[in-house]
Design a protein around this ligand. Structure first.
Ligand code: NDP
Length: 297
């Protein structure tokens, strides 16, 4: 097994298929790290600026794939990936395909089987980044699938963002991606709801951000306590019981209604707390809501 590294005379090659916002950021990072970077995009003009910075433009997908042992694909969805790669049947054989397109676990597993049939090693990736945080400490990428491909190309992948390998099942990276997105969306929806609430009193979003940031930082510190309670299955020692939270969330929903704003974001939480209390778990920790959310036997 070899780990590829850029060298002055013999620059390793990487291909990037898809030059949307993220693909362009990926190719830019590879050029900055001195990789010979071959690029292809359906709308060819999007490669112009990268070519100006030293990228090699491939005229076809097959030419692009044949140019490098490592092929990174980043399109809008998996259907697009199939659309461009299905016709280049033999080109992928013996190469590593890293798919950074956002999808679902089942799509990732199917794509891995598809790549296997074509003799390619497959690594599914999830980019926990936005274009501006590619190749910065604020971005990180998750991978699952071929460990050999991950090890062989680790240095190249690290040029894109800090890399985390999660296991041989190609579906796992997408599952983590969806889990992290779920937590992020819930937090940001709560943030938007808070802004709507404060808007009724003339508070601007910018005024809210400093204290919201401080508050949410404190809330994230609370996560490891919740995790320990769930792992131990002991919900009796928590400092934030279901009954107390039911009253707090009830206040939140009622105040939202009285202020004339949408109650939807917290109504579902209130319903979960109601169920837990009805089941006789009022004194249990907030973390015990996990028992309602988890897959039931
Ligand atoms: P863009 O909309 O900027 O780019 C989409 C890319 O997909 C373009 O290169 C487009 O080609 C190509 N494409 C779409 N459909 C097809 C098709 N049928 N055949 C060939 N090419 C196709 O998207 P992003 O770069 O923002 O996102 C790419 C992936 O990264 C998505 O899966 C997204 O969820 C994920 N992602 C995006 C983040 C972001 O902040 N933007 C953050 C994290 C993940 P063309 O230029 O010809 O239209």
């Amino acid at each position: 097994m070899t780990t590829q590294a850029p060298t002055n005379g013999d620059r390793p090659s990487v291909t990037v298929l898809g030059l949307g916002q993220m693909g362009t950021a990926l190719a830019t990072a590879l050029l900055a790290a001195d990789y010979r970077t071959t690029v292809w995009n359906r709308t060819a003009g999007k490669a112009d600026e990268l070519v100006g910075h030293g990228a090699v433009r491939a005229e076809t997908v097959t030419d692009a794939v044949l140019a490098s042992p490592l092929v990174v694909v980043c399109l809008l969805d998996y259907d697009g990936v199939h659309e461009i790669l299905d016709p280049s049947t033999d080109a992928l054989a013996g190469r590593a395909l890293v798919n950074l397109t956002t999808g679902t676990p089942d799509e990732a597993r199917a794509m891995a089987a598809w790549a296997d049939k074509r003799g390619a090693q497959y690594l599914d990736g999830a980019m926990m980044a936005v274009p501006q945080t590619v190749a910065t400490p604020d971005g990180f990428f998750l991978y699952s699938g071929s460990k050999d491909a991950f090890d062989t190309h680790r240095r190249t992948l690290d040029a894109l963002a800090g890399s985390h390998y999660l296991g041989a099942d190609p579906a796992v990276a997408e599952l983590w991606d969806i889990a992290l997105l779920g937590a992020g969306y819930a937090a940001l929806t709560g943030f938007l709801h808070s802004l709507a609430l404060l808007d009724t009193a003339g508070v601007t979003p910018s005024q809210f951000v400093p204290l919201a940031t401080r508050w949410l930082h404190g809330m994230t510190a609370f996560m490891s306590d919740l995790a320990q309670e769930i792992e131990s299955g002991d919900y009796t020692a928590g400092v934030s019981p279901v009954g107390m939270n039911r009253i707090a969330v009830g206040n939140l929903v009622r105040t939202s209604r009285l202020q004339g704003i949408d109650t939807e974001p917290h109504a579902a939480l209130r319903a979960l707390l109601d169920r837990r209390v009805a089941d006789g778990h009022s004194a249990d920790s907030f973390s015990s809501l996990f028992e309602l959310l988890r897959k039931q036997p």
